[in-house]
Design a protein around this ligand. Structure first.
Ligand SMILES: [Zn+2]
Length: 305
């Protein structure tokens, strides 16, 4: 039997430490990553005019040899173009309304293990799976690695990916104290505390329900535990992924990977892995109580009491 390449998928809410975790995991010498795979098409094919895209190797996207090589390898085998619906976001058609409907159908069928052969757009579905499979395979080929790490986070992404049978999936389900997550969420999104907290609960429950139904192997990690003892949590993840548990470094900025985007953590100088606890001082008692009331069925996810 041919050994399948491993595919580590970080499943998490936004603002839950997935960037930190992906940088730590990428220090393992078997692991290759481009960050959030879902963003590949937008970054590599559509470009973003507002600010020039910088690779984590600090070169501009168009000038980074890794991205050039990857794009050229992909374009030889795939005919997606600027005009295509986005294959790494699993967009079936450009019309958003229609796309939503088709996506829902495919997601439902896939989770419930119903054959989708007779659904409309099955050719498109297959093309997108091929594109993503090829993308991952080429990244591993260029980097000469055997484990692909994807910090795409969303359960929908994972459901679609699970249709690609040539990878051996390991899901790292990263959670964060909802009080901290809601605080971070509100810094960057326009919502009320109640909406953000309800959103956290809904996403958590969906993730758990889908994981249960799909039987994908997963390991729960909390952001708080990761910050408290990163070595211990890294060893847990590497054991779960059947990788060398001594092959990692907490000095993750020494490693050169080609990761999309230009987040602060990537280019910053701060080496410390610190649990961010601003919520404790910046939320007042009433606000914290409100979140605790909405999330009270999930107190097991609270990191600090
Ligand atoms: Zn680069």
């Amino acid at each position: 039997m041919i050994e399948r390449n491993k595919y580590i998928f970080i499943l998490s809410h936004r603002y839950s430490g997935s960037t930190l975790l992906s940088f730590l995991l990428a220090t393992n010498h078997c692991v290759a990553t481009i960050g959030e795979r879902r963003k590949f098409f937008t970054k590599a094919y559509l470009g973003e005019s507002e600010n020039p895209q910088i690779c984590s190797c600090r070169k501009k996207f168009e000038e980074c040899p890794f991205w050039k090589e990857l794009k050229s390898r992909l374009s030889k085998k795939q005919d997606e173009s600027k005009e295509s619906p986005n294959p790494t976001e699993f967009k079936f058609v450009k019309n958003r309304f229609l796309d939503e409907i088709i996506r829902k159908l495919y997601l439902f069928f896939t989770v419930n293990k119903i054959n989708t052969r007779f659904l409309p757009y099955s050719n498109r579905m297959q093309k997108m799976l091929d594109f993503n499979e090829q993308l991952v395979t080429e990244v591993l080929g260029i980097e000469n690695k055997t484990v692909f790490l994807d910090s795409s986070k969303s359960i929908k992404q994972l459901i679609f990916l699970s249709r690609i049978k040539s990878f051996d999936y390991r899901i790292v389900f990263l959670t964060r104290d909802p009080r901290a997550q809601v605080y971070s969420y509100l810094k960057y999104n326009n919502a009320t505390i109640s909406q953000a907290a309800k959103g956290w609960v809904e996403e958590l429950e969906t993730n758990l329900a889908v994981l249960k139904k799909t039987n994908l192997p997963y390991l729960k990690i909390s952001y708080e535990a990761l910050c408290k003892d990163p070595s211990k949590e890294m060893k847990r993840i590497l054991t779960f992924s059947e990788l060398d548990t001594t092959d990692f470094s907490l000095q993750f900025r020494d490693y050169s990977q080609h990761i999309m985007g230009n987040g602060k953590m990537r280019l910053g100088k701060d080496e410390k892995i610190d649990e961010r606890l601003e919520w404790q001082t910046n939320f007042d008692k009433e606000q914290i109580k409100e979140i605790e009331k909405i999330t009270e069925a999930h107190q097991g996810y609270y990191g600090t009491v």
